[in-house]
Write a protein that binds this ligand. Structure first.
Ligand SMILES: [Zn+2]
Length: 324
């Protein structure tokens, strides 16, 4: 039986004086804190990405009865501000500088609201031996795990999480200039790996909904990570048909606003070649075709929007470059 505590923690203070709080769960094996590794896992720093929150609720029951060799720190709602709005970002009234919490890590206790929230959680994360940041992508996206390309310990965690698709993402000096321009060095996973902590970002698919296959993939993934770290007994499951690909900043964007009609038969999971048709963006009033959408490179089509009303610049599809 693991020892469990649940603490309410104040992350920041709203203009009205109302505290932004969340609950931090800690599970400790019978041998105590000092024995064995610590896993820090959080969900819903993008508040509409709720499958990870449900994963942690289910893992809770499992952890309570587990023979745990170490410690698990779990935060089911990392950003209550976006959770309550079922949103990805906050409005400028709450954070005029950093609307996206996942661009500010490791945070700043004297900074903006999101920076303060991240700084509070970072106090827990920085003590960990591994970090898992549960996210949830679009409905039409393959469930996958992102890790820092070239960071072997993070890759091992990603493999233990065990989704069929692993995406390596370059970071720091190996990344494009655009990577830094978009603030990607402030991602939680990147900040953790910069601090020497192996870290992964599972993307479980289906935001705004609790979807059983995504939740089950998250639960199985965390059990694999716990075994990989030695917190649970046993070895991670043997890998299945695994695909390793490279996450890149390029995506196939809408070049104009309109209605996007995907090409018949286009579906996530397909191998595509540069130039393969992915659909058309139309002007809904004149029926004029505004964009002949095509794959921008050879690779694996791992996300394709089904939200047909699109605005210029929005990603219509994502193609990852196959590595293995
Ligand atoms: Zn997210």
């Amino acid at each position: 039986m693991a020892h469990h505590t649940a603490r309410r923690v104040t992350l920041a203070r709203l203009p009205s004086g109302v505290a932004v709080e969340t609950t931090i769960h800690t599970y400790t094996g019978e041998a105590g804190d000092d024995d064995g590794p610590t896993l820090y896992v959080q969900a819903a720093q993008h508040g509409r990405e709720i499958n990870g929150t449900e994963v942690l609720r289910r893992l809770h029951a499992h952890l309570l009865s587990a023979d745990l060799s170490g410690r698990v720190v779990a935060v089911p709602v990392a950003d209550p501000l976006t959770f309550d709005r079922v949103s990805y970002t906050t409005p400028e009234q709450l954070d005029a500088v950093h609307s996206n919490m996942n661009r500010v890590w490791p945070g700043d206790p004297d900074g903006t609201l999101h920076e303060r929230m991240a700084a509070t959680l970072w106090e827990y994360a920085k003590e960990a031996d591994a970090v898992v940041d549960l996210h949830t992508g679009a409905p039409d996206m393959l469930t996958h795990v992102v890790f820092r390309e070239g960071h072997d310990a993070s890759r091992a965690l990603a493999e233990a999480f065990g989704t069929d698709l692993l995406l390596g993402e370059p970071a720091g000096e190996e990344a494009d200039v655009e990577w830094a321009d978009r603030g990607f060095d402030g991602k939680f996973r990147v900040a953790a790996s910069e601090a020497g902590i192996p870290a992964i970002t599972p993307e479980l698919a289906h935001n705004k909904q609790l979807v059983e296959p995504a939740i089950r993939a998250g639960c199985a993934g965390l059990r694999g990570v716990l075994r990989e770290l030695g917190l649970f007994a046993g070895d991670p499951d043997a890998p299945g048909d695994r695909v390793l690909a490279r996450n890149h900043l390029g995506r196939v964007p809408a070049t104009d606003s309109g209605l996007y009609c995907p090409a018949p038969g286009a579906a996530v999971g397909q191998r595509v070649e540069e130039g393969d048709p992915l659909g058309t963006v139309y002007d809904p009033t004149t029926y004029e075709a505004l964009q002949d959408v095509r794959a921008d490179r050879d690779g694996l089509l791992y996300a394709l929007t089904r939200e047909a009303t699109v605005t210029a610049g929005q990603a219509l599809a994502n193609v990852a470059i196959l590595r293995e």
